[in-house]
Every structure is written in C-alpha cells, then in structure tokens.
Design a protein around this ligand. Structure first.
Ligand code: ASP
Length: 439
C-alpha cells in the first residue's frame, strides 16, 4: 500500500534557520514524508518582510527604472543567513546572482516572485539530503497561462516514480515555452495538493503556524476548540461564510483523489491539528456542530404578496430583475406569501432603491422593504443531519438573550443552519451559539 505523505511547509515554517531545523525534525521523524513542498521564507516577526513581497518589489523597481539593489540585498541576506546558520557548505550566491541578473534584465513578475520558492527549495533539498526537482519541470501551464491539470498529474507521477525523496518548490510552474507562471498568492498550497494527487499519496500534510482550524473565530470567541475532523463540504460552507481556510483551488486535486489533508503546526508538531476528509462515518459526531462562521454587511429585501404561492413566475420575475442589475443573492428563504432576498451590501450599492422600484412595477407586491445592517451566521456540521433538537438548541440560545432572528435558512443537506440577525448582535450571537454546543 502507498504510505507516502506529501508535506507542504508555509512561509512562516521556513522563515529562518530555526524554522528549517524544526522542519528537518518533522521530516526525519517519519520516513513516509518523502516529498516536501516549501513556500518562500515568510515573516519572522510582525515587522519583517515576506521574501515574495520583496521579489515583486524588485520587479516593480525595474519596471519603473529604479535601482533595486537595496531591496535585493534584504533577500540575499535572508538566504545567506539561513545557509550560514545551518552550517551548510552550499553555494547559494551563484543562484542568487543569476536571479538578480534576470530581474535586472526585465524578467516577468511571475518569474521574479517564483524565485522565493525556488531558492528556498534549493537550500531545503541540500539540508535534508533530498533531490531538488524544479517545479517548472512538473507543474504545467498552457501558452495562455492556464493551468493544465492532466499534464501536470502525468508529469508528477512520471518524474517522481523512481525518486525516493524530493523537494519541489511551491507556487509556480512553467508554460509550454518554458516561461515561469505562478498560481495566485498563497499558491504553494496548490502545488502541495497537486504533488499529493500526482503520487497518489496516503496523506497531504499542510504545515503552518496554527494547530488546525478553530470552531469559531478566536477574535470573537475566547479560546475556541480545534476542529479535529471536517469534511470538504463543511469546509466549503465555513470558508464561504468567511472562515479563512485553504484555497478552493488547493483543495480540488486531493479532494478528487480522495486524499485527506492534515493541517499541522510546525511550532507545535505534537498537536493533532485538523484532518480534512471526504466523508466521515463517525457516529460520535451526531448531534454536534463542527464550526461557526459568519459575515456582516448584508441587506434583506423582504417581499410580501397575498397568494404568492399560486402566482406563476413571481420569483422568476424577481430574479430576472436582480440579474438585470448584475446582482447575485446569497439566500432566498421563502414562506407561503413572503420571500426574502439576502444580498451583500457591496452588491446592492447604489442599486437597492432601483431594484425595489422595478419589483414594485413588475410584481406588484403588497409590501416590499429593504432591511439593512444584517449579519448572517452559519452553524455548520455533518452531525446536524437527522439529529433532532439542533435547531431548537440554537434558537433557544439566541432567544434567551433577546436576539431577534430575522431570517432562517437550512440547506437541504441539513448540514448548515443560517440565521440573519442585526449586525450589532453579531459577536454576542456567535458566542451564544458556540457556548450552546460546547458546554
Ligand atoms: N510565497 C507565495 C506567497 O507569498 C506563495 C505561498 O507562500 O504559498 O504568496
């Protein structure tokens, strides 16, 4: 059975020689950690720079005809410092000089930015004693700069078939002309996921500076619990509602291949982290929730019309008006004679009154009003499906503190209950829901 683990380390995990040492300990503690995908060095503290940002800056200087030596010096110092501190007998000056020369000669911004991962990969491969494989060899883009998943998958599996251990830098690949192309920012997550799917790994480990996903935003809930296990679907619901998690792009290759992802903390490797899986058949989650997320700045257009349920095409007309104004809605809970449209404020800007007028004209409602200043909270969990009492618990928690619920929506998957409340109640409501399910 394939026991291979692909490990991706984020920028903060490789920001200094101390972090490199932690990474080496992690890799060496499990021989199945055969393929390593590094990011470029990130910030060592809140005042520090990310190498990728500095590389973009060098490129911008060249494009504006400004000298970039001072900025490049910061990059050089960082890499040279790491090599010296690790006691490596490794010539990083030659590749650094080449990068500097290429940037000075007008190399693309994608090329410049990608060198952060490239140089870090060279050092890490040397330090671990692993083979270095340039991502330009295995991550394939077409001439138009579009990523080609099929060719990439083939290139990775062929190239790594007989390679025992390797470092493959994250964030970039090359097009069919050999030009470097990067993913969007944070794209090393995508590379890690592609390598995992290309070698059909047993597990994709994503090492960062947090011990997994939290059940709620720690800026709102004091010391929330870590989510031990979460499905891709739940993750999608939570990230859609504002919880910052992995890129959608980063998830699809492993999701498709049914490979779980484990989020781990380089600074606390003993912590279990969060496991992301396709499906959980764990009955112990029944009746529990997985996480809470929410967003502010919504408005609701509330519409009422007697006998709406029997009026053919009523909702279609409303939706075509939204389409005409280029507005998309988040939810559309409805009753027998009522329908509400939950819309992000940014979408409605300058259009709200016009949309209301148009609905009045075309649909002749008995009542229509915009309620601004709303927040939506999503309570998500696969354990909610077919478990009675979850909604009651949630609504009780809010009603006990007099929080008025303006909108309720439960997806047909029964995995998500959305409530709309006044924005001023947002933080309090998140805490009440969290406490209702955790005490
Ligand atoms: N270094 C790149 C960035 O800062 C990619 C990554 O870290 O994943 O966006």
């Amino acid at each position: 059975m394939n026991e291979t683990i692909v490990t991706k380390f984020g920028g903060s995990s490789l920001a200094s020689s101390e972090q490199f040492q932690k990474v080496k300990n992690i890799i060496m503690s499990n021989k199945n950690r055969r393929y390593v995908v590094p990011s470029a060095p990130g910030r060592r503290n809140s005042k520090d720079y990310k190498i990728t940002d500095l590389l973009y800056l060098c490129n911008a200087h060249v494009n504006s005809g400004i000298a970039f030596d001072d900025v490049f010096k910061l990059i050089e110092d960082r890499y040279k410092g790491i090599v010296v501190d690790l006691g490596l007998d490794f010539d990083i000056s030659t590749p650094l000089n080449k990068v500097k020369e290429d940037i000075a000669n007008g190399a693309s911004s994608d090329y410049a930015a990608s060198r952060g991962e490239y140089l870090n990969g060279l050092i890490l491969a040397e330090y671990l004693g692993f083979e270095f494989i340039d991502a330009a060899e295995v991550i394939v883009f077409d001439e138009g700069g579009n990523f080609n998943h099929e060719l990439t998958k083939k290139a990775i599996s062929t190239r790594l078939k007989d390679t025992k251990c390797a470092v493959i830098p994250g964030f970039y690949g090359a097009d069919t002309n050999g030009e470097i192309v990067t993913f969007s920012r944070g794209g090393s997550d995508v590379t890690g996921s592609l390598v995992a799917s290309g070698v059909d790994a047993k597990l994709y480990e994503n090492w960062t500076d947090v011990s997994g996903f939290l059940m709620a935003d720690p800026r709102i809930v004091n010391n929330p619990k870590t989510i031990k296990e979460i499905t891709y679907k739940e993750l999608r619901e939570l990230s859609y509602m504002g919880a910052s998690v992995l890129h959608e792009e980063a998830i699809f290759p492993v999701k498709e291949a049914n490979i779980p992802i484990r989020i781990k903390n380089t600074n606390r490797p003993e912590d279990e982290g969060t496991l992301i899986v396709s499906d959980v058949h764990d009955l112990s989650t029944l009746g529990t929730i997985t996480g809470i997320a929410g967003k502010k700045n919504f408005s609701v257009i509330a519409i009422e019309k007697a006998l709406m349920n029997s009026e053919l095409g009523f909702c279609r007309k409303i939706l075509s008006i939204l389409e005409m104004y280029g507005v998309s809605f988040e939810n559309m809970p409805s009753g027998i004679d009522t329908v509400s449209l939950v819309i992000e404020d940014s979408q409605l800007k300058g259009k709200g009154e016009k949309i209301v007028e148009e609905i009045k004209k075309q649909c002749n409602p008995d009542f229509i009003e915009i309620h601004p200043h709303m927040a939506v909270i999503a309570t998500v969990g696969k354990g909610m499906a077919s478990a009675p009492g979850i909604a009651a618990k949630l609504f009780n928690a809010l009603s006990k503190e007099d929080i008025n619920i303006k909108m309720i929506d439960q997806g047909s998957s029964e995995m998500n209950i959305l409530v709309g409340i006044n924005t001023d109640d947002f933080e309090k409501a998140v805490n009440l829901i969290y406490n209702a399910f955790n005490n």
